[in-house]
Design a protein around this ligand. Structure first.
Ligand code: F6R
Length: 242
Protein backbone atom coordinates (compact mmCIF):
# COMPACT_ATOMS: atom_id res chain seq x y z
CA UNK A 1 0.00 0.00 0.00
CA UNK A 2 1.48 3.30 -1.03
CA UNK A 3 0.61 6.11 1.39
CA UNK A 4 0.71 9.72 0.29
CA UNK A 5 0.40 12.18 3.16
CA UNK A 6 -1.05 15.56 2.28
CA UNK A 7 -1.81 18.62 4.35
CA UNK A 8 -5.58 18.82 4.23
CA UNK A 9 -8.81 18.02 2.39
CA UNK A 10 -8.04 20.39 -0.47
CA UNK A 11 -4.60 18.88 -1.05
CA UNK A 12 -6.07 15.36 -0.90
CA UNK A 13 -8.66 16.27 -3.53
CA UNK A 14 -6.08 17.86 -5.83
CA UNK A 15 -3.67 14.92 -5.56
CA UNK A 16 -6.47 12.44 -6.31
CA UNK A 17 -7.59 14.59 -9.24
CA UNK A 18 -4.07 14.67 -10.65
CA UNK A 19 -3.76 10.86 -10.45
CA UNK A 20 -7.19 10.21 -12.00
CA UNK A 21 -6.60 12.69 -14.84
CA UNK A 22 -3.25 11.00 -15.56
CA UNK A 23 -4.95 7.59 -15.79
CA UNK A 24 -7.78 8.97 -17.94
CA UNK A 25 -5.29 10.51 -20.35
CA UNK A 26 -3.34 7.28 -20.60
CA UNK A 27 -6.22 4.81 -21.05
CA UNK A 28 -8.19 4.66 -24.28
CA UNK A 29 -11.45 3.65 -22.61
CA UNK A 30 -11.06 4.28 -18.88
CA UNK A 31 -13.38 2.45 -16.52
CA UNK A 32 -13.67 4.30 -13.21
CA UNK A 33 -15.19 3.02 -10.00
CA UNK A 34 -16.70 5.91 -8.05
CA UNK A 35 -17.86 6.62 -4.52
CA UNK A 36 -20.33 9.05 -2.96
CA UNK A 37 -20.06 10.77 0.44
CA UNK A 38 -18.24 13.91 1.53
CA UNK A 39 -14.76 12.58 0.79
CA UNK A 40 -14.74 12.60 -3.04
CA UNK A 41 -16.68 15.87 -3.48
CA UNK A 42 -13.50 17.93 -3.82
CA UNK A 43 -12.11 15.44 -6.33
CA UNK A 44 -15.28 15.72 -8.42
CA UNK A 45 -15.12 19.54 -8.34
CA UNK A 46 -11.55 19.35 -9.60
CA UNK A 47 -12.47 16.85 -12.36
CA UNK A 48 -15.28 19.17 -13.51
CA UNK A 49 -12.79 22.05 -13.67
CA UNK A 50 -10.27 20.00 -15.67
CA UNK A 51 -13.04 18.90 -18.03
CA UNK A 52 -14.20 22.49 -18.57
CA UNK A 53 -10.61 23.58 -19.20
CA UNK A 54 -10.33 20.86 -21.88
CA UNK A 55 -7.60 19.00 -19.99
CA UNK A 56 -9.57 15.77 -19.70
CA UNK A 57 -12.57 14.31 -21.50
CA UNK A 58 -15.10 11.80 -20.19
CA UNK A 59 -16.32 10.90 -23.70
CA UNK A 60 -14.76 7.42 -23.66
CA UNK A 61 -15.07 6.91 -19.91
CA UNK A 62 -17.36 4.33 -18.29
CA UNK A 63 -18.20 4.55 -14.59
CA UNK A 64 -19.48 2.14 -11.96
CA UNK A 65 -20.55 3.45 -8.57
CA UNK A 66 -19.94 1.41 -5.48
CA UNK A 67 -23.38 1.48 -3.98
CA UNK A 68 -26.92 2.80 -3.64
CA UNK A 69 -29.61 2.77 -0.97
CA UNK A 70 -32.42 0.26 -1.33
CA UNK A 71 -35.92 1.68 -1.74
CA UNK A 72 -35.07 5.30 -2.59
CA UNK A 73 -36.17 6.72 -5.96
CA UNK A 74 -33.59 8.14 -8.36
CA UNK A 75 -35.17 11.60 -7.99
CA UNK A 76 -34.77 11.58 -4.21
CA UNK A 77 -31.95 14.02 -3.30
CA UNK A 78 -30.60 11.33 -0.97
CA UNK A 79 -30.22 8.78 -3.75
CA UNK A 80 -26.70 8.20 -5.00
CA UNK A 81 -27.95 8.69 -8.57
CA UNK A 82 -29.00 12.21 -7.60
CA UNK A 83 -25.71 12.82 -5.78
CA UNK A 84 -23.56 11.70 -8.70
CA UNK A 85 -25.52 13.71 -11.27
CA UNK A 86 -25.40 16.78 -9.07
CA UNK A 87 -21.72 16.49 -8.08
CA UNK A 88 -20.21 15.20 -11.32
CA UNK A 89 -22.11 13.72 -14.25
CA UNK A 90 -24.33 16.74 -15.08
CA UNK A 91 -21.23 18.90 -15.41
CA UNK A 92 -18.92 16.79 -17.60
CA UNK A 93 -19.05 15.38 -21.13
CA UNK A 94 -19.82 11.79 -20.09
CA UNK A 95 -22.35 9.73 -22.10
CA UNK A 96 -25.14 8.87 -19.67
CA UNK A 97 -25.33 5.31 -21.06
CA UNK A 98 -21.78 4.79 -19.78
CA UNK A 99 -22.80 5.64 -16.20
CA UNK A 100 -23.70 2.71 -13.94
CA UNK A 101 -25.10 2.89 -10.44
CA UNK A 102 -26.61 -0.23 -8.88
CA UNK A 103 -30.38 0.02 -8.63
CA UNK A 104 -31.99 -0.31 -5.23
CA UNK A 105 -35.46 -0.41 -6.76
CA UNK A 106 -35.56 -3.84 -8.40
CA UNK A 107 -38.03 -6.53 -7.36
CA UNK A 108 -35.34 -9.15 -7.68
CA UNK A 109 -32.36 -7.58 -5.95
CA UNK A 110 -30.26 -10.76 -6.18
CA UNK A 111 -30.61 -10.62 -9.95
CA UNK A 112 -29.62 -6.94 -9.91
CA UNK A 113 -26.47 -7.86 -7.97
CA UNK A 114 -25.57 -10.48 -10.58
CA UNK A 115 -26.33 -8.10 -13.46
CA UNK A 116 -24.07 -5.45 -11.93
CA UNK A 117 -21.16 -7.87 -11.67
CA UNK A 118 -21.76 -8.92 -15.28
CA UNK A 119 -21.78 -5.30 -16.49
CA UNK A 120 -18.44 -4.67 -14.79
CA UNK A 121 -17.00 -7.77 -16.45
CA UNK A 122 -18.42 -6.73 -19.84
CA UNK A 123 -16.67 -3.37 -19.51
CA UNK A 124 -13.35 -5.21 -19.02
CA UNK A 125 -13.18 -4.60 -15.25
CA UNK A 126 -12.53 -1.42 -13.29
CA UNK A 127 -9.26 0.38 -14.04
CA UNK A 128 -9.28 2.71 -11.03
CA UNK A 129 -11.64 2.41 -8.07
CA UNK A 130 -12.04 5.50 -5.88
CA UNK A 131 -12.86 4.67 -2.26
CA UNK A 132 -13.67 6.48 0.95
CA UNK A 133 -13.65 4.75 4.34
CA UNK A 134 -16.25 4.73 7.10
CA UNK A 135 -15.38 5.46 10.73
CA UNK A 136 -15.95 1.73 11.38
CA UNK A 137 -13.62 0.75 8.53
CA UNK A 138 -16.32 0.01 5.96
CA UNK A 139 -15.65 0.37 2.24
CA UNK A 140 -18.64 0.66 -0.03
CA UNK A 141 -21.41 -0.42 2.28
CA UNK A 142 -19.46 -3.46 3.41
CA UNK A 143 -19.87 -3.34 7.15
CA UNK A 144 -17.61 -5.10 9.69
CA UNK A 145 -18.13 -8.85 9.45
CA UNK A 146 -18.83 -8.89 5.68
CA UNK A 147 -17.05 -11.92 4.19
CA UNK A 148 -14.16 -10.82 1.99
CA UNK A 149 -15.46 -13.26 -0.66
CA UNK A 150 -18.73 -11.34 -1.24
CA UNK A 151 -19.41 -9.91 -4.71
CA UNK A 152 -22.12 -7.24 -5.18
CA UNK A 153 -24.76 -7.87 -2.51
CA UNK A 154 -27.60 -6.39 -0.51
CA UNK A 155 -26.51 -5.30 2.95
CA UNK A 156 -28.24 -4.31 6.15
CA UNK A 157 -26.74 -1.04 7.36
CA UNK A 158 -25.35 -0.86 10.88
CA UNK A 159 -26.54 1.71 13.39
CA UNK A 160 -23.19 3.48 13.23
CA UNK A 161 -23.43 3.94 9.45
CA UNK A 162 -27.08 5.02 9.60
CA UNK A 163 -26.14 7.56 12.27
CA UNK A 164 -23.18 8.85 10.24
CA UNK A 165 -25.44 9.29 7.20
CA UNK A 166 -28.39 10.75 9.14
CA UNK A 167 -26.97 14.24 8.55
CA UNK A 168 -28.31 14.09 5.00
CA UNK A 169 -31.83 13.02 6.06
CA UNK A 170 -34.54 14.75 8.12
CA UNK A 171 -33.92 12.19 10.90
CA UNK A 172 -32.08 8.92 11.51
CA UNK A 173 -35.38 7.03 11.11
CA UNK A 174 -35.53 8.12 7.47
CA UNK A 175 -32.13 6.63 6.65
CA UNK A 176 -32.77 3.41 4.69
CA UNK A 177 -32.05 0.14 6.46
CA UNK A 178 -30.56 -1.60 3.42
CA UNK A 179 -28.26 -0.83 0.51
CA UNK A 180 -26.83 -2.59 -2.53
CA UNK A 181 -23.05 -2.51 -2.66
CA UNK A 182 -20.13 -3.90 -4.58
CA UNK A 183 -18.64 -6.51 -2.26
CA UNK A 184 -15.03 -6.72 -1.04
CA UNK A 185 -14.45 -9.27 -3.83
CA UNK A 186 -15.67 -6.83 -6.51
CA UNK A 187 -13.52 -4.04 -5.09
CA UNK A 188 -10.44 -6.27 -4.93
CA UNK A 189 -10.86 -7.17 -8.61
CA UNK A 190 -10.25 -3.52 -9.61
CA UNK A 191 -6.89 -3.08 -11.28
CA UNK A 192 -6.01 -0.09 -9.12
CA UNK A 193 -7.50 1.43 -5.96
CA UNK A 194 -7.34 5.00 -4.75
CA UNK A 195 -8.42 5.38 -1.13
CA UNK A 196 -9.07 8.96 0.00
CA UNK A 197 -9.14 9.80 3.69
CA UNK A 198 -9.56 13.13 5.42
CA UNK A 199 -10.28 14.22 8.97
CA UNK A 200 -9.57 13.26 12.56
CA UNK A 201 -12.75 11.20 12.88
CA UNK A 202 -11.15 8.68 10.49
CA UNK A 203 -7.81 8.53 12.37
CA UNK A 204 -8.62 5.33 14.34
CA UNK A 205 -9.83 3.55 11.22
CA UNK A 206 -6.70 4.61 9.31
CA UNK A 207 -4.34 3.46 12.07
CA UNK A 208 -6.08 0.09 12.12
CA UNK A 209 -6.05 -0.15 8.34
CA UNK A 210 -2.32 0.55 8.10
CA UNK A 211 -1.05 -1.13 11.26
CA UNK A 212 -3.66 -3.80 12.02
CA UNK A 213 -4.26 -7.33 10.75
CA UNK A 214 -6.33 -8.29 7.74
CA UNK A 215 -9.62 -9.00 9.46
CA UNK A 216 -13.24 -9.11 8.29
CA UNK A 217 -14.14 -6.95 11.29
CA UNK A 218 -12.15 -4.22 9.53
CA UNK A 219 -13.42 -4.40 5.93
CA UNK A 220 -10.83 -1.96 4.49
CA UNK A 221 -7.98 -4.17 5.80
CA UNK A 222 -8.43 -6.47 2.77
CA UNK A 223 -6.81 -3.69 0.74
CA UNK A 224 -3.47 -4.70 2.28
CA UNK A 225 -3.64 -7.71 -0.03
CA UNK A 226 -4.12 -5.67 -3.22
CA UNK A 227 -1.01 -4.98 -5.30
CA UNK A 228 -1.90 -1.50 -6.47
CA UNK A 229 -3.44 0.62 -3.71
CA UNK A 230 -2.66 4.28 -3.16
CA UNK A 231 -3.92 5.89 0.04
CA UNK A 232 -4.11 9.68 -0.05
CA UNK A 233 -4.63 10.81 3.54
CA UNK A 234 -4.40 14.20 5.21
CA UNK A 235 -2.48 15.00 8.40
CA UNK A 236 -5.58 14.79 10.61
CA UNK A 237 -6.48 11.34 9.27
CA UNK A 238 -2.92 10.12 9.90
CA UNK A 239 -2.69 11.69 13.38
CA UNK A 240 -3.03 8.32 15.16
CA UNK A 241 -0.77 6.35 12.83
CA UNK A 242 2.78 5.76 14.13
C1 F6R B 1 -19.90 5.83 -0.56
C2 F6R B 1 -19.33 4.72 0.17
C3 F6R B 1 -18.91 4.82 1.62
C4 F6R B 1 -18.16 6.10 1.96
C5 F6R B 1 -17.82 6.14 3.44
C6 F6R B 1 -17.17 7.47 3.83
O1 F6R B 1 -20.22 5.45 -1.89
O2 F6R B 1 -19.21 3.69 -0.39
O3 F6R B 1 -18.12 3.71 1.94
O4 F6R B 1 -17.01 6.19 1.18
O5 F6R B 1 -18.97 5.98 4.20
O6 F6R B 1 -18.11 8.49 3.71
P1 F6R B 1 -17.70 10.02 3.80
O7 F6R B 1 -16.85 10.29 2.62
O8 F6R B 1 -19.00 10.78 3.73
O9 F6R B 1 -16.98 10.18 5.09
Amino acid sequence: MKIIQVKDYQAMSEKACELIVERMQKLENPVLGLATGSTPEGLYKCLIKKNKEGKVSFKNTTTFNLDEYVGISKEDPNSYVYFMNDKLFDHVDIAKENVHIPSGLEKDMDQECENYEQMIRNAGGIDVQVLGIGVNGHIGFNEPGTPFTKPTHVVELTDSTREANARFFASKDEVPTHAISMGPKTIMQSKEILLLISGENKADAVAQLIEGDVDEQMPASILQKHDHVTVIADEAALSKTK
